[in-house]
Design a protein around this ligand. Sequence first.
Ligand code: 13P
Length: 353
Amino acid sequence: MIEKQDELRETASLLAAKGKGLLAVDESTPTIGKRLAGINVENTEANRQAYRGMLFNAQGLGNYISGAILFEETLYQNHLAGGTMLAKLDELGIIPGIKVDKGLSPLAGANPIETWCKGLEGLAERTAEYYQRGARFAKWRAVLQITADGCPSDLAIKENAWGLARYARTCQDSGLVPIIEPEILMDGDHTIERTAEVQERILNEVYKACEENGVLLEGTLLKPSMTVSGADNADTASPEEVAKITVRTMDRCVPDAVPGIMFLSGGLTEEDASVYLNTMNSMDRKSPWSMTFSYGRALQQSCLQAWKDGGDTAGQKALMARAQANSEASMGDYVSGSQPSSQATLFEAGYKY
Ligand code: 13P
């Protein structure tokens, strides 16, 4: 029996509130290192503190962002201006979350590129501590890939779905809302229809495993990739096609009890991530859940560069622009180009978070 059921329901619905989404700022130390290297900044704890502290000092950010997903270092870090990073988020009205998976490992018995997600051992103790510290939700990123030689295998789908469900149930026992993230990488030259077929298999398996593990769906959020064609497929789907097929996939597979679908950006450009989300929210659909964003790269790309070029105020302005754009997109109100954005490609083969 999950004790904090009411609190889980309440947290999940606050996170999925109308017009709001999540800021994913939980890059692991090597991954944030790559971002900082892109602007010639050294990957030191002081620089990570300065950069992320700048994000958490963007006045008004809480109008667009309901929650921020943190890496463990940030959860326990102080802000340069004094006090904790958590206190800064609290001032903005942003709920803190925590990445709890421990990364990917090769999946024995599957295709060599397939992985399982580590972190279940000791998870109950860690989630209890994170709750104590102030976190109210968590994230676990399982990764699947589509290839011409049969990936994802049934084994990879089963293992990753089961891991997500075990994680979700463990988080709920500690009072953390689990974000269930079965990401399908954009790597490959497959069609959008092939992505849809694979994503349906994965989501069905995930919700079957959630049922078997007694997960309270009202106290979860789903973080899928959008249903797009492979990055190397020359026939790039239009925003309308992506939106139509993504909504169809979600309608077919995501139970009505789930309060929100928070899409990841997965290597889409900032502008595409906003336009696709906006198009989805402008069309008819059957299901009641909200469809919003939980973007990392698509919220931080122009912000990083602006921070490098113009300091904190410039960085915050760029972040606010993308946060507002995506907030509007989550309500179907975004006018493409109304906010500055980057169309630089954010796709990276074999991406790690
Ligand atoms: P992207 O939006 O950069 O894909 O990151 C979101 C995230 O949290 C991936 O786990």
